[in-house]
Write a protein that binds this ligand. Structure first.
Ligand SMILES: [Zn+2]
Length: 299
């Protein structure tokens, strides 16, 4: 949702950058609509982009500026995507710095944040703006969300979410409540679905061994197409590369339609603090168990 205020800030940001660093934004053709530079950067990242433009200004001497221009800059699923024409070796460090800064900077306000998903969309958000995103995804709709926001809640010491949020950064209990309200319907797979899904067990058991505790299915709506979220509960800490490795195994075994998410016991005890709070809450509130695969007993 882009408000007029954001649109205004975006235009002001672009105009200032283009004025200050004109050579970084040159067009290819003569007409104003020829091959334009595409820039769509959320407000919270403006400062770090300005830093990048200044770094590049500083590092690329006038004699080497010909042929260079930014081609595309945007936030893509919580990551800063940067493309440009004209390779400049000396800029790679500045670009890496901008990407690293973006990964921990709230896209909305510029305070420190984490990359977190809400209903499949990833963005970097501080806790307050993560809460905002969750409220916008309330499955009961905008009106119900507004009512909830203003109503005292026993879990919040009889204060309303609004009062709690006003007092400071949202506590975990408030994030958990908002997460729960944003959860999609719990899937109801039929017999054929269940039978197919049981085939996931041996694949992931082979990959994780005894560490695989349970498998659950969420965000599964066979009427609107294939796909669904497969939640694997893993004992102990998760290696950052584990998810990609296991997802590759699954795809090879014919389950490329399932999005694999790994959750730990710790994630389930404190969903708001999990690496992926959305998936932790799906596992707790909006998923069904996939029964363990039982090979047929020979008679
Ligand atoms: Zn923020």
């Amino acid at each position: 949702m882009v408000t007029h205020d954001e649109e205004h800030k975006h235009r002001a940001f672009l105009a200032a950058a283009q004025l200050k660093h004109a050579w970084q934004f040159q067009r290819r053709g003569q007409r104003p609509d020829d091959d334009p530079v595409e820039i769509d950067i959320p407000v919270g990242w403006h400062a770090l982009l300005n830093q990048l433009f200044a770094d590049v200004e500083h590092q690329v001497p006038a004699a080497e500026r010909g042929g260079f221009r930014w081609r595309r800059m945007r936030a893509l699923q919580g990551a800063l995507e940067i493309r440009f024409d004209g390779v400049r070796e000396r800029m790679t460090a500045a670009i890496a710095r901008a990407r690293d800064a973006a990964a921990v900077t709230c896209e909305t306000c510029g305070h420190s944040g984490l990359r977190r998903q809400v209903a499949g969309t990833h963005r970097v958000s501080c806790d307050a703006h993560f809460l905002d995103r969750l409220i916008q995804s309330d499955v009961a709709g905008e009106q119900a969300a507004r009512r909830w926001w203003a109503t005292p809640h026993p879990g919040l010491g009889e204060r309303s979410p609004a009062e709690v949020a006003q007092a400071g950064p949202p506590p975990d209990v408030l994030l958990d409540l908002a997460l729960r309200r944003a959860m999609p319907a719990t899937p109801r797979p039929n017999g054929a679905h269940r039978q197919r899904l049981q085939g996931v067990w041996p694949v992931l058991r082979d990959h994780f061994g005894e560490r695989l505790r349970s498998l659950r299915l969420a965000e599964f709506e066979p009427e609107s197409g294939p796909g669904g979220t497969l939640l694997a509960q893993i004992a102990g800490e998760i290696d950052p590369t584990a998810q990609a490795g296991a997802a590759t195994r699954l795809a090879r075994a014919g389950f490329s339609d399932l999005r694999l998410r790994l959750v730990t016991d710790g994630d389930l005890q404190a969903p708001a603090r999990a690496n992926d709070p959305w998936s932790a809450m799906l596992a707790l509130e909006a998923s069904v168990t996939i029964p363990r695969y039982q090979p047929a007993v020979p008679r």
